[in-house]
Write a protein that binds this ligand. Sequence first.
Ligand SMILES: C[S@@+](CC[C@H](N)C(=O)[O-])C[C@H]1O[C@@H](n2cnc3c(N)ncnc32)[C@H](O)[C@@H]1O
Length: 243
Amino acid sequence: VADAFGTALMDWVRGGTIPETIQRDDGYMEEGAGPAAYVAPFDEWPPAERRALRYIRGRVADVGCGAGRVSVVLQERGFEVVGFDASPLAVRAAGIFGLRDTRCATAVGFHRDIGDFDTVILFGNNFGIFGTPERARVLLTRWAAHAAPGTRVLAESTSAYGGGAPITDRGYYQQNKELGLAPGHTRLRIRYQDATGPWINWLFVSRAELRGIVRGTGWRLVRIVGDQLSEPYVAILAREPLP
Ligand SMILES: C[S@@+](CC[C@H](N)C(=O)[O-])C[C@H]1O[C@@H](n2cnc3c(N)ncnc32)[C@H](O)[C@@H]1O
């Protein structure tokens, strides 16, 4: 098993143009978003991401930062920002892309760091990092326990129902429902040139599903930015005041 996505990021920050391939557990394959998304300049970001930037304040953690396209823009705007990514190659790519402060670390251990930050960013559909609704609830609850009141999470996802979420379609989400899984719970792996990554769970949630997952985890849903069903949206969560 290789770090296929990290390998791709290393190529893309050096000008590579070949996109990754996403393979679903039922064999279906789709071309990924490639450099057009992962090293996109600000003007080419999804509208909801651009609009959500006004909710950022203080010290920022970009969790699953990839090539650092978001962090580098925030850095240029004067924010103190640290990029976290589980992939050593992603962290290296982000450094090449211009991000000064990076850490190779996973979302699972992020509760140890969250106390140092005012805003946590999960862009590029990174709410999906949580994998399943159950894990999302466990990790969000753990993050909340270590976050200062008022800490914000800007979490992006795309509804599995609107035709805009990568690698999901009607047949797949209906099959998921029959299996008792969340409709947008995808099992996939990334392929890039000769490299094949590990199988991972990636969760796409509708606005209503996100609302249900977040309830009772210690995070309050402040608002949702982005109203096109087929486009990514950003949920603004705030750490509730401690009782
Ligand atoms: C879809 S990409 C998004 C990259 C970036 N946020 C963007 O919008 O351009 C997901 C990134 O999250 C990283 N990642 C996946 N699972 C992770 C985890 N559990 N903890 C930290 N990073 C993770 C991957 O290595 C990858 O770089």
